[in-house]
Design a protein around this ligand. Structure first.
Ligand code: ADP
Ligand code: MG
Length: 250
């Protein structure tokens, strides 16, 4: 177990009689892209929501850089450097690409949203640098509402990066994207992970994307971890083959 990474131990979550997460154990070392896969209802989103503080586990521990995250609020967990991608909602869609990233930077730097009139200048350089990172600097003045879907996803990634996370949680980041866009978004994520030395935990339905971009993969089935390893190891795993037999999707 590494002191700097994420360590999940004996994690359990029940909803009434349903055991959504059953004695889950895994490590995520710094700088790794870890994919969490499994069929619908396997417990992926439940696990994510425990990690980001939206759900309390029934039992178990989640240590990040040696700090216990169980019991902390989502905001406190966010302050510890655990970021997540959010969908840009209607309220923010009328703002430009650059403004959205500036707002996220303001929040990160704990400024008040009421400072928005002067925020036009605040963090502009920093916002543009992030947009450069995700390849969206040329569209900085466009409202998010007019962006192509894949471009919007890249802005959402820049917004998540504004919090300077050391661990980024992405639950189905490529949902609704065309296959080519999926590959591009995860290739971009891969590049950023390498450049910034951050860790990523993501779920993804497209097995091509998972096997191409994940450093390691963990597989859940009905709440239980049934396989883990490199893409090569997981691809050849008996149990995984059985789960995914005859289907390209999770
Ligand atoms: P996945 O994201 O892998 O599709 P989920 O974590 O959403 O799976 O769900 C795991 C199991 O927990 C499912 O059986 C689901 O019905 C159940 N579940 C998830 N959230 C709740 C909830 N809030 N209340 C009751 N049952 C839930
Ligand atoms: Mg889910």
């Amino acid at each position: 177990m590494t002191d700097m990474g994420l360590a999940v131990r004996s994690l359990e979550k029940s909803f009434g009689g349903v055991i959504a997460v059953n004695n889950l154990n895994f490590d995520l070392p710094v700088g790794q892209l870890l994919a969490l896969i499994g069929p619908n209802g396997a417990g992926k989103s439940t696990s994510f929501n425990i990690l980001n503080g939206q759900l309390k586990p029934t039992s178990g521990t989640v240590k990040f850089k040696g700090v216990e995250l169980v019991g902390l609020s989502p905001k406190e967990i966010w302050r510890h450097g655990v970021g997540r991608t959010f969908q840009i909602t209607a309220t923010y869609a009328s703002m430009t690409v650059c403004e959205n990233v500036q707002m996220a930077l303001l929040s990160y730097h704990r400024r008040l949203y009421s400072l928005l009139p002067i925020a036009a200048r605040l963090y502009r350089e920093e916002a543009l640098a992030l947009l450069e990172h995700v390849g969206m600097v040329d569209q900085e003045n466009r409202p998010c509402s007019v962006l192509a879907y894949g471009d919007l996803k890249r802005v959402e990634l820049a917004v998540a990066l504004a919090n300077n996370p050391t661990l980024l949680l992405m639950d189905e980041p490529t949902a609704g994207m065309a296959p080519k866009e999926r590959i591009e978004l995860m290739a971009l994520t891969n590049k950023i992970v390498n450049e910034r030395g951050i860790s990523v935990l993501f779920t993804e339905h497209d097995m091509d994307v998972v096997f191409t971009h994940a450093d390691r993969i963990i597989v859940l089935d009905r709440g239980t971890l049934v396989a883990e390893g490199t893409p090569e190891e997981v691809r050849n795993d008996e149990h995984v083959r059985r789960i995914y037999l005859g289907s390209h999707h999770a």
